[in-house]
Design a protein. Structure first.
Length: 167
């Protein structure tokens, strides 16, 4: 979990590779070509279908997912990157012109001026309300659930390194 540009997709892909667990990029499941959202009832059904799998790594922002993801997860990783770091990553991704995980098939990213305004609004909303809700969810004790918060640049590498270490 984390805001746009935090590095969630990259971390989820690496976790999936190392643990040999399927990765679900929820944005890729939600958005249809032309940035058309999946209708609410259908989106709920898609999530419930994916939740029924034996194992998964789900990558999302938090405010667009069912609470069951948190109830079923044995580990929740919150990538709590600063807005400036997120902006840098999003800008670099756009300049690289690489295909982003959450962009629907046959859809181009929006114009840069619109994308920047949307990014700023998204970060503001994330920082002022979504992050607070996510931290409250993570503070709730759930038996068997581990919570990992990654804030600094090297935290993800340290976390991945612990997976490779015995014991």
């Amino acid at each position: 979990m984390g805001p746009v540009g935090a590095g969630k997709s990259h971390l989820a892909a690496e976790l999936g590779r190392r643990l040999r667990i399927p990765v679900l990029h929820l944005d890729a499941l939600f958005w249809r070509p032309g940035w058309v959202a999946t209708p609410a009832e259908e989106w709920e059904a898609v999530q419930r279908r994916e939740l029924a799998a034996d194992s998964w790594i789900a990558e999302a922002q938090f405010d667009d997912v069912l609470p069951e993801w948190f109830q079923e997860a044995d580990t929740v990783v919150f990538v709590d990157a600063s807005p400036l770091r997120c902006l840098w990553r999003v800008a670099r991704r756009r300049l690289d012109r690489g295909r982003s995980v959450g962009i629907p098939a046959d859809t181009e990213p929006g114009p840069t001026h619109r994308a920047l305004a949307k990014f700023v609004r998204n970060q503001w909303r994330y920082r002022t309300s979504v992050r607070k809700e996510l931290l409250a969810e993570l503070a709730q004790e759930r038996q068997g659930r581990q919570v990992v918060v990654l804030r600094r640049r090297g935290d993800a590498a340290d976390f991945l390194g612990r997976l490779d270490s015995p014991g």
